[in-house]
Design a protein around this ligand. Sequence first.
Ligand code: COA
Length: 390
Amino acid sequence: MSGVIHGLDGIVVTETRLSRVDGEAGRLTIGGFAVEELAPRAAYEEVLFLLWNDRLPTADELAELRACLESRRAVSEEALRLVVTAAVRRVHPMDALRMGAAAMSLSDRDPRATSRAANLERALDLVAAFPTLVAAYWRALLGEAPIAPDPRLGHAANYLYMLTGEAPSAAEVRALETYLNTVIDHGMNASTFAARVIVSTRSDMTSAIVGAVGALKGPLHGGAPGPALDMVLEIQQRSLRSGRDLAVEARAWADETIAAGERIMGFGHRIYRVRDPRAEVLGDAASLLFDDSADRVLYEDARIVETEILAALERAKPGRRIQTNVEFYTALLLHGIGLDAELFSPTFAVGRVGGWTAHVLEQIDEDRLIRPRAAYIGVFDRPWIPLESR
Ligand SMILES: CC(C)(COP(=O)(O)OP(=O)(O)OC[C@H]1O[C@@H](n2cnc3c(N)ncnc32)[C@H](O)[C@@H]1OP(=O)(O)O)[C@@H](O)C(=O)NCCC(=O)NCCS
């Protein structure tokens, strides 16, 4: 039907100062900074402060925010039990996180409060708790007890510590921090929109974040960087088995996959028509991380695979400008940090929750109900038929 914009494609629903995605130029701006300027330098807490306050924190403000988050890392017994039970029953990690996030209402200091200040309190609780919930789930999946947070570690470092029980290296922390900063916000994506819709009814921060986690779970959004990594590993294996050069094997694999009408994971984007700027930032971060690691070969191989796939896509779809997207290097980077593919989507949420909370606060300030319309395509004036006559 004319006038219907399916998927709200191209519709501008609000104004935001949080981030801007320019798909034609391949530019992502977060809180006024180009992603490549901000993400590799900032601590996650600094970007969080930036999104909440529209400026970078002073040293005192940063210390205060860090201490505040640190004091809120421990979650309630009930929330912990929920995510542990979810792991024992092999529930999807994003479902576990959704349930854990919902249980945060149990420890809400002022459960009925509706003010902006009360919602900011909830934002602090949620951002602080996400790593704890994901790590507890992961430990239970391994059959291990949760690890208590370490107050000496920053947000990103403590997340890695709670996953493994080992103090992460400075390079691993930097890599994770760069990842979390890179994905913290990305325009009016589906989960952010879902969060804003929920709070636009004057609901609360926790409800909005729970909805956002649900939206992020879908493979069209939270994505599946796992398959992108599997692809590189598979091509490596093929090359080892056949004895052929990796580039030759990658070319053959890409041509076969495209000819079979399949999508190659980690390539293409609805908005970006040039290389996704996040792929650039994460590619550089991966290069640094893999610098003196035994896995350097994996990084070099991934670059060869990327080059061959881009060439194959250009041969098969000339002029379509299908480029590397964020998922390709996310997979490589998170794998390099030592995260299992099962943790990729929840780790995305650990980063994105900062952006969600900032959007919810922005929406609270805007205070405008989001209520689009649908074009009715059903029939009219049906006569009622009694049950016994149907
Ligand atoms: C992300 C994605 C859904 C965006 O798609 P889109 O911009 O809407 O592009 P379309 O689906 O309209 O595809 C345009 C053409 O390019 C092809 N194409 C797009 N991405 C492709 C990919 N990764 N591999 C192979 N072909 C691809 C499509 O098959 C289509 O070809 P056709 O018109 O001959 O059928 C798509 O690129 C994709 O599926 N990528 C792989 C999954 C992925 O990496 N997702 C994470 C995104 S961050």
